[in-house]
Design a protein around this ligand. Structure first.
Ligand code: SF4
Length: 399
C-alpha cells in the first residue's frame, strides 16, 4: 500500500490508536462535530482573511531546486506593505458573524459563550496587530515534503519574515491553556519546521504557538536537526505501520472521546444470540486457567520435595512406579563488567566483551595477548548460578 503524506494530526492519531486512524483516514467515517473544533475553525478562517492582504509572497528563485523558494526579493516587495489595505476591526467582526457556525455545540448557552469569546479575542487581537504589525510571507499555506523518504504535509497558519531575515513559523491556538513547554515539545512545530526548510531556502529562526485567548506568543528557537531524530523515528514507525496496514486498537484515555466505540472490537458488546455459547467458553477458559495455576504450584512443590529427599539421601536418581526421576544440574555464569568498563575502554579492549556474555568473557580470559592482571579482574567479576531440575526417564533407559 502506498501511503499518503503524513500530517501532524494523522501522525498523532495513528500513534494514539491505529484503528481509530483507519476509521478516520481509510474508512472516512464521520466524527461527531464538537463545538470547540468549530470555534477554532471559524477563528482561524477569520484570521486568514484578515492577514491575507498583508502577505508578501516570497519569489521562487529561477534555476534553484524546484522544492526551494527564496526571500531574496522580499525586501523590495515589502516596501510599502505597511500601507497595504486591510479590513477594519468592524469589518473583521462582521466577517466573523457571517462565518459563524453553530455546529457541534451542546446547548445554545454554550454556543453563545463561545461566540462572545471569539468576538472578544478577535477584537483584542486586532488591537494588538495595529501596534505590532506582522510581516507574513504566507498564511494557511499548504506545504509538502519528503523527510528522508517519509512524505509529509501540513497547513501552516502563518509564516513571517523574522527580524534576522529568516523565517518565523506561527501556529494559532484557541485552547484554554497553553504553556511554554507546549511550544518546546510540540511535534507539530517540529514538522512545520521540516516542511518550511524543505520548501524555502531561508533558514527558520523561530517557532511560535500563539495563544489567542491571552494574546501570548510562546516562541522557541528552531529545533536542531539532531534533536529531531526521535520524531523522525516515530514518524517512520507510523509510516511503516500504515504501509503494513497494521490497525490494531490501542485502548487508553483517548477512548473516552472516541466516536467509534460502538464499532471498535475493544468496546463492542456480544450479540444476544451468541451470549450463552461465549459465556460457556469463557467460563471453561477461566476454570482451565485456574487448574493450570494450581498444577503449576503443585508441580513446583513436588519438585522441591524431591530435591530435599535427593540432598538428604545423596541420591540423584529416584525410581517411581513406571519412571525414574533424574536430578540434573544446570550451571550459568554472569559477568558484571560495568565497573571495569572505563579500564577496558581506556585499553581499547571494551569491544572484545561488548555484552559481557560468558562465551565472550571466556575467549577474553583465555587470550594470552591480554594483560594477565586484567584477565584476572575480568574473570573475577563472574558469578555462578546453579539450577537443579528433574527429568523423567523410562526404566529401560534407567540404569
Ligand atoms: S475506542 Fe479506543 S481502541 Fe477503539 S478505536 Fe477508539 S481510540 Fe481506538
Amino acid at each position: 500500500m502506498t501511503t499518503s503524506p503524513l500530517s501532524y494530526s494523522s501522525y498523532r492519531t495513528y500513534l494514539e490508536c491505529p484503528l481509530r486512524w483507519k476509521y478516520l483516514y481509510i474508512d472516512r467515517l464521520p466524527e461527531t462535530p464538537h463545538g470547540y473544533f468549530t470555534f477554532g475553525r471559524v477563528v482561524h478562517s477569520v484570521l486568514e482573511e484578515l492577514l491575507r492582504p498583508l502577505v508578501v509572497p516570497a519569489a521562487r528563485r529561477a534555476g534553484e531546486s524546484d522544492s526551494q523558494r527564496t526571500l531574496d526579493e522580499w525586501e523590495s516587495r515589502t516596501r510599502g506593505s505597511s500601507e497595504a489595505p486591510w479590513m477594519s476591526c468592524d469589518e473583521m467582526l462582521a466577517l466573523y458573524e457571517r462565518s459563524w457556525s453553530g455546529e457541534g455545540y451542546t446547548s445554545p448557552d454554550e454556543e453563545a459563550r463561545y461566540r462572545a469569546l471569539g468576538s472578544d479575542l478577535l477584537r483584542r487581537y486586532y488591537e494588538r496587530l495595529v501596534t505590532e504589525r506582522p510581516h507574513p510571507i504566507a498564511v494557511e499555506e499548504h506545504l509538502e515534503a519528503r523527510w528522508d523518504g517519509i512524505p509529509i504535509h501540513g497547513y501552516i497558519d502563518r509564516i513571517d519574515r523574522g527580524p534576522g531575515g529568516g523565517l518565523e513559523i506561527l501556529d494559532y491556538k484557541t485552547s484554554r491553556e497553553l504553556s511554554a513547554a507546549d511550544a518546546k515539545d510540540s511535534d507539530q512545530l517540529s514538522i512545520y519546521q521540516v516542511l518550511v526548510e524543505s520548501n524555502y531556502s531561508e533558514p527558520v529562526e523561530g517557532l511560535t504557538l500563539y495563544h489567542l485567548r491571552s494574546l501570548t506568543p510562546l516562541r522557541v528557537p528552531p529545533r536542531r536537526r539532531a534533536s529531531l531524530s526521535g520524531l523522525y523515528d516515530r514518524m517512520g514507525t507510523v509510516s511503516d505501520g500504515i504501509r503494513a496496514e497494521a490497525y490494531d486498537p490501542t485502548p487508553g484515555r483517548q477512548c473516552a472521546r472516541c466516536d467509534f466505540r460502538s464499532i471498535c472490537p475493544e468496546f463492542r458488546t456480544v450479540p444476544v444470540s451468541d451470549e450463552s455459547r461465549l459465556r460457556e467458553l469463557v467460563d471453561r477458559f477461566e476454570r482451565l486457567r485456574g487448574e493450570e495455576e494450581r498444577l503449576g504450584t503443585e508441580l513446583r512443590d513436588t519438585a522441591e520435595a524431591l530435591h530435599h529427599a535427593a540432598e538428604e539421601l545423596g541420591i540423584h536418581r529416584l525410581p517411581g512406579s513406571s519412571t525414574v526421576a533424574v536430578r540434573r544440574r544446570e550451571e550459568t555464569w554472569q559477568y558484571a563488567l560495568d565497573e571495569l568498563r572505563p579500564e577496558l575502554e581506556e585499553r581499547g579492549l571494551a569491544a572484545r566483551v561488548p555484552t559481557g556474555r560468558p562465551e565472550e568473557v571466556r575467549r577474553f580470559v583465555r587470550d594470552s595477548s591480554v594483560d594477565p592482571e586484567l584477565r584476572r579482574k575480568v574473570a573475577g567479576t563472574g558469578a555462578r548460578r546453579v539450577r537443579w531440575y528433574w527429568d523423567l526417564e523410562r526404566p529401560e533407559r534407567a540404569r
